[in-house]
Ligand binder design. Structure first.
Ligand SMILES: [Zn+2]
Ligand SMILES: [Zn+2]
Length: 162
């Protein structure tokens, strides 16, 4: 499976029984199949935080603003739920297979920052994602609000515990 953002080959990781395809060592994107997100719901928050522990490639180009094809369905284009240039994060979903493409390059960078700064940076990041980005989605639309719930589940899975 290829990364929809940088075309690197994705690596399969199984963590707490959840299969995630990771763009490891390149842009830091994560692919979640819908069936895997259902499993995450039953796990403790932070169970997936170790997925973030790797170095990003220098100068890797992600195709921000361009349309990404679904890594699974190949031809279907992903729908973008939100994007943050400041936090180097975007969340897209496939309309066909309902899988999520979660680009968490900004969070991976935080995990690579000095330990004493990390906790505060993580808090700031999650406040911005939850209170600005997810809250800013069109939650009056039922499909979008359903997607927002799944996105919150994914981010809670990734959030490191301090
Ligand atoms: Zn990538
Ligand atoms: Zn798809």
């Amino acid at each position: 499976m290829k990364c929809p953002a940088c075309e690197n080959e994705l690596t399969e990781h199984k963590i707490s029984g959840v299969l995630v395809n990771v763009c490891r060592g390149s842009c830091g994107g994560l692919w979640f199949h819908l069936t895997q997100i259902k499993k995450i719901e039953r796990l403790k928050p932070g169970s997936g935080a170790t997925l973030l522990n790797f170095k990003l490639a220098d100068g890797v180009k992600t195709y921000r603003g361009a349309e990404h094809p679904c890594p699974q369905c190949k031809t279907t284009l992903l729908y973008r739920h939100f994007f943050s240039k400041k936090h180097d994060t975007e969340v897209n979903q496939c309309a066909k297979c309902s899988g999520f493409w979660v680009d968490v390059g900004g969070l991976v960078k935080i995990m690579n920052s000095p330990q004493e700064e990390r906790k505060q940076l993580v808090e700031n990041y999650f406040t911005a994602i939850m209170d600005e980005k997810i809250a800013g989605m069109n939650l009056g639309n039922q499909d979008i609000s359903q997607a927002a719930i799944l996105i919150i589940i994914i981010f809670n899975f990734l959030k490191p515990n301090y």
